[in-house]
Design a protein around this ligand. Sequence first.
Ligand code: ADP
Ligand code: MG
Length: 374
Amino acid sequence: MTEQYSIAFDHVEKAYQKTRVIEDLNLFIPEGERLILLGPSGCGKSTTLRMIAGLESITGGELRMNGRRVNEVPSGKRDVSMVFQNYALYPHMTVRDNITYALRVHRMDRAEMEKRYQKALEILNLEPYAQRKPRELSGGQRQRVALARALVKQSRFLLLDEPLSNLDAQLRGQARKELVRIHELYHQTFVYVTHDQVEAMTVGQRIALMDGGRLQMIDTPYHVYNRPANLFTARFIGSPATNIMDADWNRGGLELLGQRVELPECWNRLVCASGETELCLGIRPEHICLKAGPQENAVCGVLQYVEDYGNKLGAYVAVGDQEIVCICQSVPCAPGETVSFTLDWERMHLFSRATTCSLGYPEELPVWKELPAV
Ligand code: ADP
Ligand code: MG
């Protein structure tokens, strides 16, 4: 694979005094990829992005851009532009001056500057606002100015730190699509930080999920949803979160929440090969189909209450001392009555309780669609 315009973290570590906030980060971002850094607040996303930008020193390991070590290379020599969470526009300058500022500082040829400026104005629909000051703009317009300012530099690396977090839900939806479109026009290597999993799933070609300064999983949105590598990923991706139950394997089945379900041969073989018996079972709320009353080889519980989301229902079922959430179109009976659900073998996940890692999936399951390589 070509290393041009790539970013490689090689055992990178970042510590403030004695506190390590990034631990042993290994990550390769190829040229032109749209990579999302996702994770809860404080997990180290901004720190990772700022290390790429050269705004944060690296205390261990090596960061390479274009295949070359950049640990000591100053920000201005890395060919990056960054969009900050708070936009950081100059309040006394017009939109035009904000966007062209960096180009003027670098004494860019006037005609070239004008060409880039006009194109950015056009693709971000900012033409009517060119002479306004930031305070005369809405949040969405300011965000587009910040993006335009990053785009006109035409850097090979575009870094965005929660760029949509100040927008309301409707604008965020539009802006997500705009960002993807812009990336398809400019094809920079694009690293995008968010704590919002919907944004991650819709904007990312791959998602790097972090927790506590450690990379938890890196894969396509499709795989982080359907093939979570560990319990953290299973819980973090999807809303409502994946139901996780302690499950002990013995002689061909799972003991879970005081009940027993037999597993099909393919899953039993996988569990045997892993040597693990103390497991967690994960099932997404949208993959549970409730039936009224008990059924054979099913998990049985009592329907507690139902939430109406308009386009679907959330059903809460008490099983033993745990509450299981199901998302469905209708419920089979009234609250207080017995319901049950069978495990969908193609849609269940097993994890080791000791390591929290996924046991993997039986080969017999349908071939999962692969997204085109980036
Ligand atoms: P995120 O962007 O994922 O919310 P950050 O990368 O900003 O997280 O922060 C990661 C961790 O590093 C947090 O625990 C934060 O408190 C800590 N941190 C960030 N900057 C500093 C600093 N200058 N000194 C000490 N700790 C810091
Ligand atoms: Mg941050």
